[in-house]
Design a protein around this ligand. Structure first.
Ligand SMILES: Cc1ncc(C[n+]2csc(CCOP(=O)(O)OP(=O)(O)O)c2C)c(N)n1
Ligand SMILES: [Mg+2]
Length: 578
């Protein structure tokens, strides 16, 4: 613990400490090793001191990216990722990532300095005045403010527990500027710190819920398991694999659930998605919500009017019956629930009917075979399939690398084409389909895992966090960014229908050379015009570990409106005008 001697009014020498050091001590006591943030008043000195005390303090160019790094750190480690921001504008920049963490159920704490309470509350116009606590509250799982140095220990303990227990999420911790300088007796300070014991206690499912779930699964003629990112988060990889394999049931991984079992596993139904969704009769959801990503569990893609039964494993009871009836809710943490299911299966759990397995595997094999020749083209300029064909092989050869992915076509086609082999290796836009996670995730993943990172980025997607390539170079992180440059959002061929000189809203500078950006910071830039060139450049980057940015020149006409979700664009009830 850091403290110093001070002479009190009574003249006696006492060891004293302050808010700065109590926060650092509380974080360290609870295992926080890294802070992601942007410095400024009132947290500049705090960052310096935290670094001096052995916490890794990573400084970004924009708080949103620091926040995304913290959020993915939470997903990858099951410990809250910490983002540190200045008041008002810095806080607001970080808030998007905090809301993103909450929506995606990632544990994260946004710690923000704030201005003088007395002035803020009377709205007297303080430097960066804002009632941050009130603004954060509706956007996160919990929000707290600490006013007294003696409460720092309990405040940080509450924030940590709130972030990781139950369904994880984002927590806001408001630290007014005055708090940092508050002084108190060091011994009392030491005693005020709280080490959080069992921050995310196991939540054991009710035995009858397990029996019910197994009975429903047993009755299935066409069962399906869906693995969501909650299943990946749980770090119950061996139990989940054992359960899925023992059941013999085809499984469908959601985007960030890919790799829990390899996409090449004989039971993987990823390439037969529409068939299994429409035709299954019993669906077991493990850490996957029936939100828009699964068409809310109803409608044409689920084969309606044909109906099916859902078994749902989730830690949040409110998730049950959120969109459709759940006939077998299993509420608890995923590790405990799946262990209980596995134990309850006994030795002679029936395998799914052979005709269902044959139907699923033949559809999958047919789709995989259909795709294969498209992935082998060496066209220049490239199309998505040619570029992804080589990247797919690179990921296969380097299964422990982390894949970051965002864009529209760049996202959907990568997700469909690139097989994953290990859990928590694919990290992407998540529940909101948000652009901007790219470089923040890359930094967070490289720091937290020590593994090489490959980012596959749409040219628009990259732009949201592009300045962080300086951060990547500054910390010399093993990150290779591939930009699928098709000159715009969805594609680069739109024209201004008004006929003026402005380009269409979806179109960017033609023939942009993103590779030159990283050269400004000492990284390696490559312009790749064919799959062969792309392959060479990515392999070199992954071998060297040097920060690299590859401008992959795609045909501007490659890509479709909104990738795979063009159907979500609103259409007028009126006939289209010319
Ligand atoms: C924060 C945010 N702003 C805007 C969007 C809307 N949006 C969806 S995809 C996309 C970019 C798609 O273009 P690109 O990344 O170049 O991928 P492409 O389809 O061209 O491969 C945008 C702007 C979003 N999802 N998130
Ligand atoms: Mg694009």
């Amino acid at each position: 613990m850091s403290a110093e001697l001070k002479t009190t009014d009574a003249g006696a020498e006492r060891e004293m400490t302050d808010g700065f050091h109590l926060i650092i001590d509380a974080l360290k006591m609870n295992g926080v090793e890294t802070i992601y943030g942007v410095p400024g008043i009132p947290i500049t000195d705090f960052g310096r001191m935290a670094q001096a005390e052995g916490i890794r303090v990573l400084s970004f160019r924009h708080e949103q990216n620091a926040g995304y790094a913290a959020s993915i750190a939470g997903f990858l480690t099951k410990k809250p990722g910490i983002c540190l921001t200045v008041s008002a504008p810095g806080f607001l920049n970080g808030l998007t990532a905090l809301a993103h963490a909450t929506t995606n159920c990632f544990p994260m704490i946004l710690i923000s300095g704030s201005s003088e309470r007395e002035i803020v509350d009377l709205q007297q116009g303080d430097y960066e005045e804002m009632d941050q606590l009130a603004i954060a509250k509706p956007l996160c799982k919990a929000a707290y403010r600490v006013l007294h140095a003696a409460d720092i220990g309990i405040g940080i303990a509450r924030a940590i527990r709130a972030a990781v227990s139950g369904r994880p999420g984002g927590v806001y911790l408001d630290l007014p500027a005055k708090l940092f300088g508050q002084v108190m007796d060091a011994e009392a300070g030491r005693k005020s710190l709280v080490k959080v014991i069992d921050a995310a206690p196991a939540q054991i499912p009710a035995p009858e819920s397990i029996k019910r779930a197994l009975a429903v699964l047993k009755s299935a003629k066409k069962p399906l398991i869906i693995l969501g990112k909650g299943a990946a988060y749980a770090q119950a990889d061996d139990t989940i694999k054992a359960f899925v394999e023992k059941s013999g049931v085809p499984f469908l991984p959601m985007s960030m659930g890919k790799g829990l079992l390899p996409d090449t596993h004989p039971q993987c139904a990823g390439a037969a998605r529409s068939t299994v969704l429409a035709q299954s009769d019993v669906v077991l959801l493990i850490g996957a919500r029936l939100n828009w990503l699964l068409s809310h569990g109803k409608g044409k893609s689920w084969g309606e009017p044909y109906s099916k039964k859902f078994i749902h494993i989730d830690i949040e009871p409110k998730e049950m019956d959120s969109n459709v009836e759940i006939v077998a809710p299993v509420v608890g943490d995923i590790g405990s629930c799946v262990s209980a299911l596995l134990a309850g299966m006994g030795a002679d759990f029936p395998q799914p009917p052979a005709d269902w397995i044959t139907a699923v595997t033949s559809k999958r094999d047919e789709n995989v075979a259909k795709m294969a020749p498209r992935l082998m083209n060496n066209n220049s300029p490239m199309d998505y399939h040619g570029a992804l064909g080589v990247l797919r092989t690179i990921v296969k050869e380097r299964p422990d690398a982390i894949l970051v992915n965002e864009g529209a076509n760049a996202l959907d086609l990568t997700r469909g084409i690139i097989d994953m082999y290990q859990p928590r290796k694919r990290i992407d836009v998540g529940t909101w389909g948000v652009m901007g996670i790219g470089m923040g995730y890359a930094v967070g993943a490289a720091i937290e895992t020590g593994k090489p990172v490959l980012c596959i980025e749409g040219d628009s997607a990259f732009g949201f966090s592009g300045m962080e390539i300086e951060t990547i170079c500054r910390y010399n992180l093993p990150v290779c960014v591939v930009i699928f440059n098709n000159d715009g959002i969805y594609r680069g061929t739109d024209v201004n229908k008004g006929g003026g000189s402005d380009p269409a809203p979806t179109v960017f500078v033609k023939g942009a050379r993103y590779d030159k950006m990283i050269e400004a910071f000492g990284g390696v830039g490559v312009n790749a015009t064919s799959p062969d060139e792309l392959k060479r450049a990515v392999n070199a980057a992954m071998d060297s570990g040097k920060p690299t940015l590859i401008n992959a020149v795609l045909d501007p006409a490659a890509g479709s409106e909104s990738g795979r979700i063009g159907n979500l664009n609103p259409q007028s009830a009126l006939k289209k005008k010319k």
